[in-house]
Design a protein around this ligand. Structure first.
Ligand code: ADE
Length: 247
């Protein structure tokens, strides 16, 4: 079972989220064990101080290293996994991708550290964290939302988390491409029809159409992904025949 410990100043931010459908059920089924810890509980002074002024001056506050080190040490004594990854969530980190998610679930213990204020004392990144991860090129006010993004992405990859593994197989088949469009009933809504091929019952044609749609979308919306995607000769032929002006 994968164990995830989250160190945060706002554990209550997670509770509703972690009990929601897939993640809540995964925890019930003991596919994942997620534990929240308040960094403030690892302070020793009267005011439970977690932040302080930046050396060198400047605006804002910086999170102190000591409660974070102590929180990690507490968690590591509780769960003595050999291959624990200690992840600091920060906009300075390596970009989180599906590929990195796959690597993270290879181990069985992950500690996520959520920062706040203007930043975290650099000694946490240098001497405690094994990884620094960013979920995208934008600034959040804290690492909590980033931690939830990562937890969501990891948990749905765990065996047993999602009812049918068929959807995961389908996703990995799409590897590196955007998804094709999906439709459900009714077959016509406000005059907009579901593409005929999807109603045809011809599975081979449907598969071809879907692949062509994925390629077309990726080429027009995210051409950067095509370089990394696993494309067959047939895919490359399809791509050549795609009219990008008609999407
Ligand atoms: N903390 C603030 N912004 C962040 C981001 N983009 N990714 C991860 N952690 C963050």
């Amino acid at each position: 079972m994968l164990r995830i410990d989250v160190l945060t100043l706002f554990p209550e931010a997670f509770s509703g989220y972690l009990s929601h459908s897939i993640i809540g059920r995964a925890a019930e089924k003991q596919v994942v064990d997620i534990r929240l810890h308040n960094i403030r509980d690892f302070t020793h002074d009267k005011h439970s101080t977690v932040d302080d002024y930046p050396y060198g001056g400047g605006a804002g506050m910086v999170m102190k290293p000591d409660p974070i080190f102590e929180a990690v040490e507490f968690v590591k004594t509780e769960n003595q996994a050999a291959d624990c990854r200690i992840v600091l969530l920060t906009p300075q980190g390596k970009l989180f991708t599906q590929e990195l998610a796959g690597k993270l679930i290879e181990g069985n213990h992950i500690i996520l550290i959520c920062g706040h204020y203007e930043g975290i004392d650099e000694r946490v990144a240098q001497h405690l964290a094994t990884d620094e991860i960013s979920i995208g090129d934008y600034l959040l006010s804290g690492g909590e939302v980033a931690a939830m993004v990562i937890i969501d992405c990891l948990v749905r990859l765990l065996p047993g988390a999602i009812g049918s593994s068929a959807s995961l197989v389908e996703e990995s088949h799409m590897e590196g491409l955007l998804e094709y469009p999906q439709y459900t009933r009714p077959p016509e809504y406000r005059g907009w029809k579901v593409p005929d091929v999807l109603l045809s019952g011809n599975h081979k044609e449907i598969a071809n159409w879907r692949r062509a749609q994925s390629l077309r979308r990726t080429a027009s919306r995210r051409p950067d992904l095509l370089n990394k995607a696993a494309l067959t000769d047939k895919d490359n032929k399809m791509l050549k025949s795609i009219d990008l002006n008609n999407n």
